[in-house]
Design a protein around this ligand. Structure first.
Ligand SMILES: *Cc1c(COP(=O)(O)O)cnc(C)c1O
Length: 356
């Protein structure tokens, strides 16, 4: 149990106005959580302080070698009262797995969750009351050793910041177009693909820009060796419904193990679907599309929860799915997962952690 020292701001900021579109990740709340680490001492000085700039030595590890990991989850104003977190223990576990890969010291899971709970509790008035709004929570850990030599950092900071966000799809679910990337790759097995770390995003920016310029909102990555097995999309895992079955790439070491992915797999199984996690050749998807059995495609991730895919572009070919519309299962999954998160649908799986 952390003994968190709280210093409240003396100059609270104005909360966003009711009709503020709250573009993702642009506004931050009044406070943040910080905890330090020093080799030989361990994690120490957990504190909540006014949100603001931090000072770091220019030689800090994070700036030069990218030794850092992050997480993303949301807090919701529940319709049945209180504030809901969705499976925060999974974020704590995944953060530690990411840290293990990057030689960052672990944080006890209960401390990780406690820090989130206390910070959200303090800033809960920042959770917008409008329907489908939430508070995005961004925990991250960075190496701060002021040393340019390449070694694991002896100092770290664990920081949590909060950002109120509107619904990802203000007008209701809106299918996205996806660019299948056959030039660049995001990750390879043995690399850092399954860790939630900035390096994977650094590798993906160029493709993302290219896809945007072509009018596509996301990139679908193929594997780094054969360049034909499906990995994932931007910051989402990907699912296909083919001939009544739910198919998704297996976790192979280069794919991020999404918490929404895990939740969707469990729900689909409970609903009686065959869920197949396997290596998927992009040719299989093309084949299913050609013979009319590619029924639905959707992405899963904390930001959008379920993101229906209306078209996939591969080379010169554009594969339209559901005539560019929303599939029935995609919609049902969206309603179920967001329903649980907002307290509209009964949480039968113990996924919700209530604050106060
Ligand atoms: C965070 C992330 C996801 C989605 O994970 P969730 O836990 O469902 O939010 C998928 N892919 C990448 C690369 C990610 O960083």
């Amino acid at each position: 149990m952390l003994d968190i020292k709280v210093t409240k701001t003396e100059t609270p900021k104005a909360k966003p106005a009711k009709d503020d579109p709250l573009l993702f990740g642009t506004i931050f709340t009044d406070h943040m959580f910080i905890m330090d680490y020093a080799e030989g001492k361990g994690w120490y000085d957990p504190r909540i302080v006014p949100y603001g700039d931090i000072t770091l030595p220019p030689a800090a590890t994070i700036f030069h070698y990218g030794q850092g990991v992050f997480e993303g989850l949301k807090a919701y104003n529940a319709v049945d009262g209180g504030v809901n977190l969705f499976r925060p223990d999974m974020n704590a576990k995944r953060s530690n797995r990411s840290s293990d890969r990057l030689c960052i010291p672990e944080i006890p899971e209960e401390d990780f969750v406690q820090a989130i709970e206390e910070l959200v509790e303090l800033d809960k008035d920042w959770i917008p009351n409008e329907p489908d709004h939430s508070l995005y929570i961004r925990p991250f850990i960075i190496g701060t050793d002021p040393f340019l030599g390449l070694r694991t950092s002896a100092y770290y900071k664990f920081i949590i910041i909060l950002s109120p966000v509107g619904p990802y799809y203000p007008e209701g679910l809106d299918p996205v177009g996806i660019w299948i990337e056959d030039d660049y790759v995001r990750a390879v097995r043995g690399g850092i693909g399954e860790a939630k770390t900035g390096g994977n995003y650094a590798a993906s920016i160029l493709s993302q820009v290219k896809a945007h310029d072509e009018g596509y909102s996301q990139v679908l990555w193929l594997d780094g060796v054969y360049r034909k097995y499906i990995e994932e999309v931007g910051a989402m895992n990907i699912f296909f419904k083919i001939d009544g079955k739910v198919v998704t790439p297996m976790l192979n070491g280069s794919i991020l193990p999404g918490i929404t992915r895990d939740s969707v797999i469990q729900i689909c199984k409970e609903w009686g679907y065959d869920v197949i996690e396997k290596r998927i050749d992009i040719a299989e998807i093309e084949e299913a599309w050609k013979n009319g059995t590619l029924e639905e495609v959707w992405g899963t991730g904390t930001a959008a929860v379920i993101s229906p895919v209306g078209k996939l572009r591969m080379g010169d070919e554009i594969m339209q799915v559901q005539d560019g519309g929303i599939g029935e299962l995609s919609q049902r999954l969206y309603d179920e997962v967001t329903g649980i998160q907002l307290g509209k649908v009964k949480d039968t799986r113990g996924w919700i952690v209530k604050i106060d």
